[in-house]
Design a protein around this ligand. Sequence first.
Ligand code: SF4
Length: 455
Amino acid sequence: MPKLITQVGCPYCGSSCDDIEVLVSDDGTKILEVHNACIIGTNLFFHANDSTRPMLPRMRQPDGSMKEISFEEAVDWTAKTLLAAKKPLIYGFGSTNCEGMSAVGRVAEKSGAVLDNCASICHGPSFLAIFDNGYPSCTLGEVKNRADVVVFWGCNPMHAHPRHTSRYSIFPRGFFTQKGQMQRTIISIDPRQTDTAKLADIHYMLDQGHDYELFDAFRTVLRGHDIPDVVAGCKKEDIIRGATAMKKARFVMIFFGMGCTHTDGRNHNIDIAISLTRDLNSYTKASIMAMRGHYNIAGPGQVWSWQFGFPYCIDLSKGTHAHMNPGETSSIDLAMRDEVDCFVNVGTDAGAHWPIDAVKHVKKHPFITIDPNYCMASEISDLHIPVRIAGVDEGGVVYRMDNVPIQFKAVLKGLSGVPSDEELFDMIYERMCQLTKTEPVWLAAKEDRKYPVKV
Ligand code: SF4
């Protein structure tokens, strides 16, 4: 009998929906139906059925072809390569569980690596602003239950976080928002008429890259001062209308995305957004939240802050203490300055999503991809090690965009012999300890380890 598994988490976007239902074949190896997920999440689950998923590591051969090798060989090569490197860069972690993020910490310390995650090219500027100006934020449940003015600044959830609007921000009927969308004023701030903008009551089609000026105009109006007739391409009367709606609201929620972090000003767009939120709190209740991209990209910020004191761009090459300085220790900057001599791509696709020049730089050195699937990074790697898919055939803890931890389930039996990220990093760490004749730390505490250590 096929089995319906409920309360499943979707391992795709930062909405981290945990109300998915998955119908699994009676032998637990195939997904037959997916309920409640958006089209992206549905495709992700069905992708796990793909019979061509890699089951063994593949190593680049002198003739350029890839040849399958055993996990023991792959672990040995990775351990030796990391130990031989002066300054390896271990990057990614948007799409894996917190257990994997924790396990890599020991590998990174042992190899004196720089440990970084996709925030570096995504909401890293938001972290810089948060360091400077704080983070007056809340949970998505508060948004659902209280927010009556919702601002989407430089983000398009209808495409990037498809169920965000129905679960948390526009449509749901909450405790104090019983009328759902009817009770909310939606404001979209985007140079394009996106599908989110089409849903909005007010759309500011600002001039691209002029977000800072528009934030400034809102703050100026809120404080009762005059502004020019047009700011950032938006009319004065429209800005006054939006500022008045925010001021009169019972709870203003500002969501922001790549339209702010990837454009001129970057972290300063976010620090003024935080200042606007603070200003609004003089009149009403207001909160702000980064539209974090991957389902667990908030995870490394949590796990590594606990382990090292820093959320990203963590330089462990000094051996005695961690150091973080984005711009100096951030992945793209390190790559562009040729400061790393080994690259490990984990649960991400730097091959597809980095600037091509940065890819060319890291490609000069050993390049290892740890990922369940074939992707552009795996295809240019010297070694590709497959792992189980977190949230599909491996469970684990993930942090939603509002930093709420959720226990994700495994819905499929994992591919035979394929380890999870955590198991793989533990194997690599243990091999590094064997090679350096040092005692592993902490591994003894993992008495319930699921894999046999064969290396
Ligand atoms: S909105 Fe995001 S987390 Fe929810 S089902 Fe779609 S892709 Fe998955």
